[in-house]
Write a new protein. Structure first.
Lengths: 336, 330
């Protein structure tokens, strides 16, 4: 009985909601754009719109691999701490040791990937629950930031580096970080939807036990996914350092929850097993537009989070309620 | 038949594990206390013990609610914002009303907490929103309501009457009231979870949701109860927070939800649900509190605190997983 219900729910998720969720997001983006345009004449300004994207690109690049993490039914609370740690080490190598910036960046990326790899080992090999393991590394990585630089700031990056966060492509208003994000979005989209690795990811989220029996390398897939999450946290760290031109210990504090919000709003099932990169990208832009629109209307950042919180809950509640109504009518039909 | 046997044995297994886990934490705590008191005689002074207990009191109160949420395979991330919002609401009321009765202030905080918890409860039990999503959402919403209430202002300790600050400070048998409150909450919830019907149902549901539905346990009511109680405790924690620190800002208690989860995880609450004890949570919070205190009195720069806390959490869960595996093998 329970299994029947579950499979029914799964098929409904896939057929009815999964297929339409992206459409819903596009409609929401259009609605938000129309409302904001009518409220503020500055909303549809091309330069403004491009500038607006730079406000959430750090979170956006982290949301891509986070989709994988949530699809396998796990969670990663440590990304924001990993972001801070990798960018601080990068900054220290450049500033303290005088290494060339590109070497420092590569080391930063390695540190981030290694941070993710540790999560992967803890979850894939030591079999810790993802929530507990990443809660530990959440504190540990942020703690290491404090241990390294305390209340100091790492700054004085070269102009060529700052270009990543502040520059645009040629004389167009297209920000460099937007291009970086889009390239990664395509890569992660292909990885999830066009490769065996992507199929494994879904399969683990659907039925981990079954995967083990059918020879899917579950542990290795998990380790790779968490390492990718660490890598992208480091990428986000580079973008953040370049955008703010400095790094402090509280860099990206609390971003992990924003990233998870974006992924879930993008239609990735928190219980695992379903979701698309396209949905995540759409939800990132939807959230960005909402925040941008509200900023134009002089609504402060903290109050904007009320809207984001409501959207998150409504996004989950509405499909459930419609599914419930549909199931009721179907049951009635069966009875008749 | 076979499956029933399996289930009882796995439940026994879970409870032995939980007991065992607590003993490990207790053992580690005692070793830590002995080791530190030999090297740092100041550790065992009444003042220092007082400091430790004061520092963990609010965490214990809120973590008890968190524990119940984790036991039913959920989590309550909104507790930090509930603490903040209630602290702000009560703080502003106290500041702006002359001669506001303190008893009413406490009740107001608890009531507000129940209200905020009910929102979670309804969404989770009736709306079937997964707890992690629901409370992630309400965490943002409640945090966002704080500047709406306060207009971006702070509540400062000099603006509130001494009698409000005294709520957590007046001594009962020489012990600060705040510590007594935490102890009372722990004792009440210990008995509530152990000896009341709904308390048992919380564990039954957590260890096997589908079986408990078949067994006729009112699942929705269990979920509602847990999240309302968690909100209530967070509300109580909010009043105490405002009274203890005297000042409330929009960032009050930010990130506190993870401290409460950490106390649970160290205290042996199974993050997959089904098992956990109040005494474990108290021990978990105490262990973290002692570690933090030891770092402070040993003169280690405060910048190392979080690193050590992270290591402690990781060690606790790794030990947990290892014991789990050993027990399963034998």
């Amino acid at each position: 009985m329970a299994t029947l219900n579950q499979s029914e729910k799964k098929s409904l998720t896939f057929g009815a909601i999964f297929g339409r969720w992206e459409v819903t997001l596009i409609l929401l983006i259009i609605i938000v754009s129309i409302v904001c345009t009518s409220l503020s004449p500055y909303f549809l300004d091309v330069t403004n719109l491009f500038n607006m994207t730079t406000n959430f690109m750090e979170k956006a690049v982290m949301a891509l691999p986070m989709a994988f993490v949530i699809i396998i039914g796990a969670i990663d609370l440590s990304v924001a701490s990993n972001l801070a740690l990798s960018s601080i080490i990068m900054g220290l190598l450049y500033q303290g040791l005088g290494l060339p910036i590109w070497v420092a960046m590569i080391v930063g990326l390695i540190v981030g990937t290694f941070g993710g790899f540790i999560n992967g080992i803890l979850i894939g090999k030591v079999k810790l629950p993802a929530l507990a393991a990443t809660l530990g590394t959440y504190a540990l990585y942020r703690g290491l930031c404090y241990s390294f630089i305390g209340d100091q700031t790492v700054a004085n990056f070269p102009d060529s580096f700052l270009n990543i966060g502040l520059g645009t492509i040629g004389s167009t208003p297209i920000p460099v970080q937007l291009v970086i994000f889009l390239v990664f979005a395509v890569i992660y989209g292909l990885l999830l939807h066009r490769t065996t690795f992507g199929r494994f990811t879904y399969a683990i989220g659907q039925n981990e036990e079954g995967c083990r029996f059918s020879g899917v390398p579950v542990d290795r897939t998990k380790i790779i996914i968490f390492s990718l999450n660490g890598l992208m946290a480091a990428v986000a760290g580079i973008i953040l350092a370049a955008r703010f031109t400095s790094v402090r210990v509280d860099a990206g504090l609390g971003y992990e929850l924003d990233v998870i919000t974006a992924v879930v709003l993008g239609g990735v099932d928190i219980a695992g097993g379903s979701g698309t990169i396209f949905g995540v990208v759409l939800s990132l832009f939807l959230l960005g537009l909402i925040r941008y629109g509200m900023s134009l209307l002089n609504i402060s950042g903290q109050i904007q989070s009320i809207a984001v919180g409501c959207m998150l809950i409504i996004a989950i509640l509405v499909p459930y309620v419609t599914r419930q109504i549909r199931q009721k009518t179907r049951k009635q039909q069966l009875v008749e | 038949m076979e499956s029933t046997i399996k289930q009882t044995s796995s439940r026994d297994f879970a409870s032995t594990l939980a007991n065992f886990r607590e003993l490990v934490v207790l053992f580690l705590t005692i070793i830590l206390v002995i080791a530190v008191s030999i090297r740092q005689p100041v550790f065992l002074t009444a003042d220092n013990i007082n400091d430790i207990l004061l520092s963990i009191a609010v965490t214990v109160i809120v973590a008890v609610g968190q524990m119940m949420a984790i036991v039913i395979r959920g989590i309550d991330l909104s507790v930090s914002s509930t603490v903040g919002l209630v602290a702000m609401a009560v703080g502003l009321t106290i500041r702006d009303t002359t001669n506001f009765p303190m008893g009413i202030a406490v009740l107001m905080g608890i009531g507000l907490g129940i209200l905020l918890g009910s929102v979670n409860a309804l969404l989770i039990a009736k709306g079937k929103v997964p707890p992690i999503i629901c409370t992630l959402g309400t965490m943002s919403i409640y945090r966002g309501l704080m500047p709406v209430l306060s207009n971006g202002e702070w509540v400062n300790s000099y603006q509130v009457p001494k009698s409000f600050l005294a709520i957590t400070r007046f001594p009962i048998f020489g012990i600060p009231a705040l510590v007594i409150y935490a102890a009372l909450v722990a004792i009440i919830f210990y008995f509530f979870l152990k000896y009341t019907r709904i308390g048992r149902e919380i564990f039954a549901f957590g260890s096997n949701p589908s079986a408990s539905i078949v067994a006729g346990i009112p699942v929705d009511r269990v979920k509602m109860t847990v999240f309302i109680l968690s909100g209530m405790l967070a509300g109580f924690g909010g009043v105490l927070w405002a009274s203890r620190y005297g000042s409330v800002t929009n960032d009050t208690a930010i990130g506190f939800e993870l401290s409460t989860v950490a106390a649970c995880v160290i205290g042996g609450v199974n993050v997959y649900g089904g098992s956990g004890t109040v005494s474990g949570v108290v021990l978990g919070a105490l262990f973290l509190g002692i570690v933090t205190n030891v770092l402070t009195i040993s003169g280690i720069p405060p910048f190392w605190r979080l690193t050590v806390q992270g290591l402690v959490i990781l060690l606790a869960v790794i030990v947990d997983a290892e014991i789990n595996r050993r027990l399963k093998k034998s």
